[in-house]
Design a protein around this ligand. Structure first.
Ligand SMILES: Cc1cc2nc3c(=O)[nH]c(=O)nc-3n(C[C@H](O)[C@H](O)[C@H](O)COP(=O)(O)OP(=O)(O)OC[C@H]3O[C@@H](n4cnc5c(N)ncnc54)[C@H](O)[C@@H]3O)c2cc1C
Length: 451
């Protein structure tokens, strides 16, 4: 396993449980909330009810401190309108709307599970190269940053959205003009995410709710959020496309832009402006909502990540290689979470490799998470070019749809019949789903690999 986040660790646990000799190589990232080096625990960390089933996560087995808040609902706030969503409308075994969790603690627990199953978890040395010999079956030689070499029959690439190892490995099986390095290159395929741990004044933070603001900043899938931790601390963050500029952007349309902005504000400026917009009338944001520098985040209570914004890719399984989790783009194009699909794709790849059946992987992951990917990719397409007023319309429609859907599915034709805007949204969504049906959401197909 290259990478020891949720996907790589879940793969190792399953592979070892099936009797394989499994080793995770994790380069190791320092964090203020973990003593030793560990995986790059992207700590915005919310989980919805049905994700528990997709992830096959035994919530009752989680040690204390992993789950931070049970969630009552999620609030989506547009420039003028908002909608509070208190159910996903998808069947699930989890009794509740969802929860926020502490990623470093979840990752540490996943590692313990993998080690208990017999896997080895090596942290501190990056994988720098993978050479694949397909002359007689498949054998892969991994080189580590300390110069060590390891050989393995199967390689599971779980190096997250930066894909520093995944891209060159896949390139060997693709024509030069269709290379993975080109198609999945991080500035194009990823968004940037930044967040700060802020202490809120007593009584201000709604601890049972996560909130997202849409149409407040320009860019496709660009939005800030507040995720409650415990003790009045929240992760205030945002994601936006990499390298955006203000060309063609009407600054007056966006609440987090200022008339004299000459470029897109940086993450911390955006967060300051968000808090000012929300609480500036009553509070002095810098002193009343301080960044908590000790014990939180990657550096001084802040963290920066890349986040995958691609559609998922198939793996070259004939070469004994599977790509899982963020590296395969299963953090949805809509960024609607990824730990659940990372866990599931990791589990499938680990188990199938151990059973010498990795050729079943590309079908298996589509069976397991295809519906989830299809929903997210389709909805991401529908809203890709939304302007602020369109977000308001969408939230107004969503509110009415929720009102007319007491239980069961939310986005149905019946519920959409609340008005012309509802029907339009429903039709656009159905059309997008049709476009991506039968696995067409895959952006690099198995048939494209050459061996
Ligand atoms: C800001 C942010 C907010 C998010 N919010 C949520 C959320 O609320 N809910 C949710 O479910 N998901 C969320 N996600 C998505 C979630 O974090 C990812 O889907 C998940 O981390 C993917 O797991 P992974 O194991 O595939 O990759 P990662 O967690 O990225 O792990 C990859 C690992 O590989 C290691 N690595 C990389 N290169 C090498 C190398 N060369 N050698 C050795 N090791 C290497 C890295 O150090 C890292 O530990 C969020 C992501 C971000 C960035």
């Amino acid at each position: 396993m290259v990478g020891g986040g949720p996907a790589g660790t879940a793969a190792a646990e399953r592979a070892a449980a099936e009797g394989a000799s499994a080793v995770v190589f994790e380069k190791g990232v320092p964090r203020a909330d973990r003593e030793d080096l560990g995986p790059d625990s992207t700590d915005a960390a919310g989980f919805l009810d049905y994700w528990v089933d997709i992830a096959q996560l035994d919530v009752d087995a989680l040690p204390e401190g992993v789950i931070q808040q049970e969630l009552r609902d999620a609030e989506f706030v547009g420039p003028e309108e908002s909608v509070t969503v208190d159910r996903t409308g998808i069947e699930s075994s989890y009794d509740g709307f969802g929860f926020t969790f502490q990623r470093a603690k979840l990752d540490d627990w996943l590692r313990e599970q993998a080690e208990a199953a017999g896997a080895e978890y090596r942290v501190g040395d990056a994988v720098t190269d993978v050479e694949s010999d397909l002359s007689d079956g498949h054998e892969h030689t991994l080189t580590l940053s300390n110069g060590e070499e390891w050989t393995a029959e199967y390689v599971i690439l779980a190096d997250g959205p930066q894909r520093r190892v995944t891209m060159p490995v896949l390139d060997r099986f693709l024509p030069a003009d269709e290379s993975a390095s080109e198609r999945l290159s991080p500035p194009r395929a990823n968004h940037i995410a930044y967040q700060e741990y802020r202490k809120f004044p007593e009584g201000v933070l709604d601890e049972d709710s996560i909130t997202f603001w849409w149409g407040w900043m320009p860019g496709e899938t660009a939005y800030p959020w507040v995720f409650p931790n415990a003790d009045n601390v929240a992760r205030v963050g945002l994601t936006m496309p990499i390298g955006m500029d203000l060309e063609g952007v009407e600054t007056a349309d966006y609440r987090l832009l200022r008339e004299d902005d000459e470029s897109i504000p940086n993450g911390s400026e955006y967060i300051r402006r968000l808090l000012e917009e929300l609480y500036g009338d009553e509070y002095d944001v810098e002193s009343d909502f301080p960044v908590v520098e000790e014990g939180y985040g990657k550096s001084k209570g802040t963290e920066t990540y890349s986040i995958s914004s691609t559609r998922p890719i198939d793996s070259p399984t004939d070469a004994g290689i599977a790509v899982v989790g963020g590296a395969m783009g299963t953090t949805s194009a809509f960024h609607e979470g990824g730990d659940h699909v990372a866990l599931r794709t990791g589990k499938l790849a680990g188990e199938l490799a151990a059973l010498d059946s990795l050729d079943a992987y590309n079908d298996a992951w589509k069976d397991a998470i295809g519906d989830e990917i299809l929903r997210n990719v389709a909805m991401a397409d529908v809203v890709a070019d939304y302007e602020p007023d369109e977000w308001d319309t969408a939230f107004r429609v969503a509110r009415r749809m929720l009102d007319s859907a007491d239980s069961g599915k939310i986005l149905t034709r019946k519920n959409a019949s609340v008005g012309v805007d509802g029907l339009r949204l429903y039709k656009d969504y159905k059309k997008a789903k049709f476009r991506y049906r039968k696995g067409k959401y895959v952006q690099l197909r198995e048939a494209e690999y050459r061996y």
